[in-house]
Ligand binder design. Structure first.
Ligand code: NAP
Length: 280
């Protein structure tokens, strides 16, 4: 039986086993999928030890960058973000890729949200980097909005986009101005257990046509609640999480899935998360 896993530290209540087992089950592939807590100091040793029998694995914080030099090669998606979240073993060699950007793009596409025009990205961390770059690569004009104290980080992100040939803007969260085709929350604000808060309110969202929240727990964050109350198109982070997992199956064995199959898994993953965290 083939063996897969997600590695991270800490690994906590990861949704990866549930999502990947569901995807393998659709294909009728019998596998083992586990969550491995791998300490950064033992990553090299564990690759040849505890992880030596894995056919493939997913990678989460804090290993996404540090694993790169330990792999035989990585593809363009990983080079673009200098991060790997998916690894396969072929003929004893390890190959890496990054499926986060695909997850974001498919989450929008499957919900009929076009990635065009003016895009407001809230936050300037890892997720913001991916979401802003994908928006810019799709021809959008990106505004990166952050807390006043984080403006230097927003400028760094803007400079990276500019170096990639994309024009962008920065703003303080308190001074967001204008209308936007899409607003994406790439901050952890509103995430379990600190629910009930949104990084921006109706005064900003009323000037947006659609929203995407990278946060996937809870299913409906305060940010999404406000957007829904304004009648905007709104998508939550579970869609991105599941779609990025789907891309891993293509990378591992060429598996592809129907949109309807993926939507069912998104719903099931939301229910499982609510069962674990909210005892629903
Ligand atoms: P990160 O690298 O830590 O970046 C978070 C960003 O949000 C930083 O710019 C941070 O500023 C800012 N921020 C933090 N608290 C804030 C607050 N109270 N008000 C305004 N800005 C605040 O984290 P990340 O990896 O980008 O993840 C961000 C969120 O996206 C997390 O909830 C994560 O779970 C989610 N995510 C989801 C997916 C998915 O597949 N759905 C994928 C990736 C990430 P500082 O740097 O000053 O702290």
């Amino acid at each position: 039986m083939e063996k897969y896993a997600v590695i991270g530290h800490p690994i906590g209540h990861t949704m990866s086993p549930f999502i990947h087992k569901a995807l393998f089950a659709i294909k009728g592939i019998d596998i083992e999928y586990s969550a491995l807590d791998i300490d950064p100091s033992s990553l090299t040793e564990d690759l040849n030890g505890r992880m030596a029998d894995l056919n493939g694995f997913n990678v989460t914080i804090p290993h996404k960058e540090r694993i790169i030099p330990l792999l035989h090669s990585v593809d363009e998606s990983a080079k673009k973000y200098n991060a790997v979240n998916c690894v396969k073993r072929e003929n004893g060699k390890l190959y890496g890729c990054s499926t986060d950007a695909y997850g974001f793009l498919k989450a929008l596409e499957a919900n009929n949200i076009p990635l065009k025009g003016d895009v407001l990205v809230l936050g300037a961390g890892g997720a913001a980097r991916t979401l802003a770059r994908e928006a810019a690569d799709n021809g959008c004009f990106v505004t990166i909005a952050v807390r006043e104290a984080d403006l230097d980080k927003a400028l760094e992100l803007k400079d990276w986009l500019t170096a990639c040939g994309k024009d962008a803007n920065t703003a303080a969260l308190s001074e967001i101005d204008g209308t936007f085709d899409l607003c994406v929350n790439a901050t952890p604000v509103g995430m379990y257990p600190h629910t009930g808060v949104s990084v921006v309110g109706a005064e900003v969202l009323k000037n947006c046509s659609a929203v995407f929240d990278a946060v996937y727990n809870p299913r409906e964050t305060e940010f999404l609640k406000i957007a829904n109350s304004l009648g905007l198109k709104a998508v939550g982070g579970m869609a991105m999480l599941v779609w990025q997992a789907v891309k891993a199956h293509e990378f591992w064995y060429g598996g592809t899935f129907e949109v309807s199959e993926v939507k069912e898994i998104i719903e099931a993953a939301n229910e499982e998360m609510e069962r674990i965290f909210y005892e629903k």
